[in-house]
Design a protein around this ligand. Structure first.
Ligand SMILES: [Zn+2]
Length: 297
């Protein structure tokens, strides 16, 4: 799936009509040097210096913090260890590292509702596929796009392409600025732009990768849902959850990730693929006016 998502992003970069040849070449070089890491690290970290005892929670925390500090200080003067992971294998999360140009998917996220070896492809592409696309997308979001293929903070965009890119990013910023989340609360568009771009780009690429994987075959209808409908239901299931108003308020003020509900709804309001799958029409709540629909790839 990682290889298929990578192909889909490669196709998008090759065909994006708003990229000049120079930028396109740099973007493809960056994609080619992506380092995907899946499941678990190749080098286990040694925690033997950490003291954990049942009777002293605070002491255990302090010991772990001391070890973490020593671990980082010991890196000074040594070459960068590119095999290092910033998440433990059981963590249910994933990340992109701009200075390493690596994407990491710990074993913890490779289980339902993200990935299920027994589920059909539509469900897996709509869930973990969208996560893979999201992390790849961070290499080309408002922050990641400032790093080159080697992970150096270096501009590889022409001024024209950069302006085009910022216009696309600006569409997402103003979409989130305008969302009414209820109770007088709202997102800060600029804070969530990178993550929201990751969601939109990621789901778009996962959709294309899913369709490529079908090789022209029509997927079966399962439980009354078409392949495309199952794909979109899968991303909704990933983010389904409850949150107290206080927690939402804290997230809106401090977290670069939009509220879970809008990671789904705001993303899908931009996607004609979703509107076609569920027969939504212009004027429906889940359809943004065509002129305002944001698109990255
Ligand atoms: Zn992200």
């Amino acid at each position: 799936m990682v290889a298929n998502l990578r192909d889909a992003l490669g196709d998008a970069l090759r065909t994006a009509d708003w990229l000049e040849p120079e930028t396109r070449k740099n973007a493809l070089a960056k994609l080619a040097s992506f380092d995907p890491r899946i499941g678990s690290t190749v080098k286990w970290r040694d925690y033997s210096r950490v003291d954990v005892a049942r009777d002293g929670y605070m002491a255990a925390k302090e010991s772990a913090a001391r070890d973490s500090r020593r671990f980082n200080l010991e890196k000074i003067g040594k070459p960068v260890d590119r095999t290092e992971w910033n998440m433990t294998p059981p963590t249910v999360n994933a990340y992109y590292s701009p200075p390493r140009n690596s994407i990491t998917f710990p074993a913890g996220i490779l289980q339902p509702p993200f990935f299920d070896a027994d589920a059909d492809d539509a469900v897996n592409y709509g869930a973990i596929g969208a996560v893979i696309g999201h992390e790849m997308g961070h290499g080309f979001d408002d922050e990641g796009s400032r790093y080159d293929a080697a992970g150096n903070l270096k501009n590889w965009w022409t001024d024209q392409d950069k302006a085009n890119f910022e216009k696309r990013a600006g569409c997402v910023t103003s979409q989130f600025d305008s969302i009414d989340v209820g109770g007088g609360a709202h997102h800060t568009g600029k804070l969530v732009t990178g993550e929201a771009m990751g969601d939109l780009g990621g789901l778009t690429l996962a959709y294309r990768a899913y369709h490529k994987s079908l090789h022209g075959k029509e997927p079966p209808v399962i439980d009354g849902f078409t392949g495309d409908q199952r794909f979109f239901l899968a991303i909704a299931r990933v983010w389904a959850g409850n949150q107290r108003a206080e927690a939402a308020r804290r997230q809106l003020a401090t977290d670069p990730h939009p509220l879970a509900k809008y990671r789904v709804n705001a993303t899908l309001q931009n996607m004609p693929e979703f509107h076609a799958a569920f027969g939504c029409r212009q004027g429906d709540a889940m359809v943004r006016p065509v002129a305002q629909q944001c698109r990255l790839w």
